[in-house]
Design a protein around this ligand. Structure first.
Ligand code: NDP
Length: 320
């Protein structure tokens, strides 16, 4: 059957830990599943070192996700590397579009959409993306070898970015507003790092430059200040990536996380959600919780397909 008319049991949107784990479970339930994701591995591939995923003392995000991807492939799932742009429900069948031409159909969907980096929305930020402004220290640190950079943020992401950048840049200003909330182990590393200087602010105001970033302007208790930098790394958290869910009316909470119950079900029948994008797991937003939510979502999809008119090819789940 050609791809256009094929009806999958399950389409998983998102190829991070939640999506890939959902696929592993779905394949073992014999659900014919397709993964559509713009970045295989999701945000995790940006992590230089992961030391809190059970089973690995230390592994890079890229290597861990490679293992996930291999396992999904070995179990027979297909991955399409592309951005799913639209999702419709027509006669109980979900149609997921990539661009204007390609549509994929499924009986159920798992939304493992992940997060987008939060933006400061200040003058110069958008203009200098790729010209000194970055949202990924792991990806871009080497371009700032022997340079001076600012890292914005007072959370663990900012701390990790600053520490990573200190392997490349000569000087890192870690500019936070409000309270710093670094984990003690990270705060200790920053304290001992001779290249990182913590700068307190009451707000970041502007990124200035001609062709590239030249200065960062922030507000302090003593008024406006400006520091000369060649790079600005924005590490101020993330926001759920929910654009594709709007047409279907998937319910989100006040912070725009997709509302799920313990079965990872959304308010729309046969649509599940898993990973950082959901209200699940107490919003802990860890790889291990995303993986668990993906497994639960696949299990729920299987149960639902089995009890309704969409039977998978076997009655016997091989999971467990
Ligand atoms: P957080 O939400 O923890 O911190 C965001 C930081 O950005 C806060 O200091 C916040 O300041 C600041 N901020 C928000 N908006 C702006 C703005 N417009 N201008 C300037 N500053 C701003 O996000 P993280 O990404 O750091 O962490 C998310 C989660 O991931 C946490 O649970 C964290 O522990 C975890 N994590 C763990 C790591 C590890 O263990 N190695 C590594 C990275 C993340 P304010 O308080 O003023 O809003």
């Amino acid at each position: 059957m050609d791809e256009k008319n094929k009806l999958y049991d399950l389409i998983i949107i998102g190829a991070g830990p939640a999506g890939l784990s959902a696929s592993i479970y779905a394949s073992r339930y014999k659900l014919e599943n397709l993964i559509i994701g713009s970045e295989i591995g999701g945000q995790v591939v940006e992590a230089a070192e992961i030391e809190n995923y059970a089973g690995f003392n230390s592994i890079s995000g890229r290597d861990l996700m490679k293992k996930f991807q291999e396992q999904t492939g070995n179990l027979g799932a297909k991955i399409i590397q592309a951005e799913a742009e639209k999702m419709e429900k027509i006669n109980d069948i979900f149609e997921i579009s990539i661009g204007t031409e390609k549509k994929y159909k499924a009986k159920s969907v798992i939304l493992a959409l992940g997060m987008n980096p939060r933006k400061m929305n200040i003058p110069g930020e958008e203009e200098f993306i790729g010209k000194g402004v970055s949202y990924c220290a792991t990806c871009d640190a080497m371009f700032f070898t022997n340079k001076t950079v600012a890292v914005i943020g007072g959370g663990d992401s900012a701390a990790v970015a600053a520490i990573h950048l200190s392997d490349f840049a000569d000087k890192i200003y870690l500019i936070h507003r409000g309270r710093m909330r670094f984990k003690p182990a990270l705060a200790e590393q920053i304290e001992q790092n001779g290249k990182i200087e913590i700068v307190g602010s009451t707000g970041i105001k502007e990124i200035k430059g001609d062709q590239k970033v030249e200065n960062i302007v922030y507000e302090s208790e003593k008024g406006k200040k400006e520091i000369s930098v060649q790079g600005v790394f924005v590490e101020i958290g993330a926001v759920p990536k929910i654009a594709i869910t709007k047409d279907l009316g998937i319910k989100v909470d006040e912070q725009e996380y997709i509302i799920v119950n313990q079965a990872q079900e959304t308010n729309i029948e046969n649509v599940y959600a898993a990973g950082d994008v959901t209200t699940g797991s107490n919003k802990f937003r860890q790889i291990i919780t995303a993986v668990a939510e993906g497994a639960v979502a696949a299990g729920s999809a299987y149960k639902q397909l089995k009890t309704h008119n969409f039977p998978p090819k076997t009655d016997q789940p091989r999971v467990g």
